[in-house]
Design a protein. Structure first.
Length: 253
């Protein structure tokens, strides 16, 4: 079995690649950051896991089509796709620069569209496959200072579910995993000083943001386990669904 994971050099992407490669799956790790990707691939291969690195920017249609073709030529038919590539730019909507808005939609939304389109068009003739998009709990819960990110992730969610409806007749499932605050470089970039983790756990009443009821910050492996489940045969009758992994931060809504 072959799986493609985008954003594979990031915290969640690498954890997903590790999780899938531990289940007799060959993982094509796709990222645009050459050094970080090489380091992630080296770590996993050192552990004896079957992974290969592929450089590509999911915001570029030509690169997406090229890398998917290369993966299938080198590794075989892609049966699973995980859209884990993502970027975050903070700021209120009224102060958001065009460039920040554009890059979030180019990667978080259009990148999901381009990768999913390239992969699903190869899955349809084979009559099988599964796609999971790693979105965010912010896609369904307003977050002050994160409107562009939330909007781009909401677009990715609806794209994934609508595509899931379109390709269900071909036996292809499309689902979403929505993480909350997860211990990654992205989350740490939002912290200011040592109080950052505590503030995340306790929330911010003034910003209408609940803390985390389970009292702990999520780990990339928590998200990876959810992705692994939705790609597996155990989720064979689940499609167009969202599995939220946020410790209760959005109260199950």
């Amino acid at each position: 079995m072959v799986a493609v994971v985008t954003g594979a050099a990031g915290g969640i992407g690498t954890a997903v690649a590790r999780r899938l490669a531990g289940t007799a799956t060959t993982v094509a790790m796709v990222d645009r950051e050459a050094t970080a990707l090489a380091e992630a691939v080296e770590k996993l291969t050192a552990d004896g896991l079957p992974v290969c690195g592929f450089l590509a920017d999911v915001a570029d249609s030509a690169e997406v089509e090229s890398v998917v073709a290369e993966v299938e030529d080198r590794l075989g038919p892609v049966e699973s796709l995980v859209n884990a590539a993502g970027v975050l730019r903070l700021g209120d909507a009224r102060h958001c620069a065009d460039d920040d808005w554009d890059v979030m939609f180019a990667v978080n939304a259009a990148g999901v569209f381009r990768m999913s389109r390239a992969v699903v068009n190869r899955m349809v003739p084979r009559g099988r496959g599964a796609i999971v998009t790693v979105a965010s709990n912010a896609a369904g819960t307003p977050r002050s200072g994160m409107s562009g990110y939330a909007a781009s992730k909401a677009a990715a969610v609806m794209l994934t579910k609508s595509m899931g409806l379109e390709v269900a007749r071909y036996g292809i499932r499309c689902n979403v995993v929505a993480p909350g605050s997860t211990d990654t470089a992205m989350l740490r970039s939002m912290w200011h000083g040592e109080a950052g983790p505590k503030a995340t756990l306790e929330g911010d009443l003034a910003a209408y943001r609940l803390g985390i009821p389970l009292g702990k910050i999520g780990q990339p492996s928590d998200v990876a386990d959810a992705v692994g489940f939705l790609l597996s045969d155990r989720a064979g009758h689940i499609t167009m669904a969202t599995l939220t992994v946020d410790g209760g931060a959005t109260l199950g809504v």
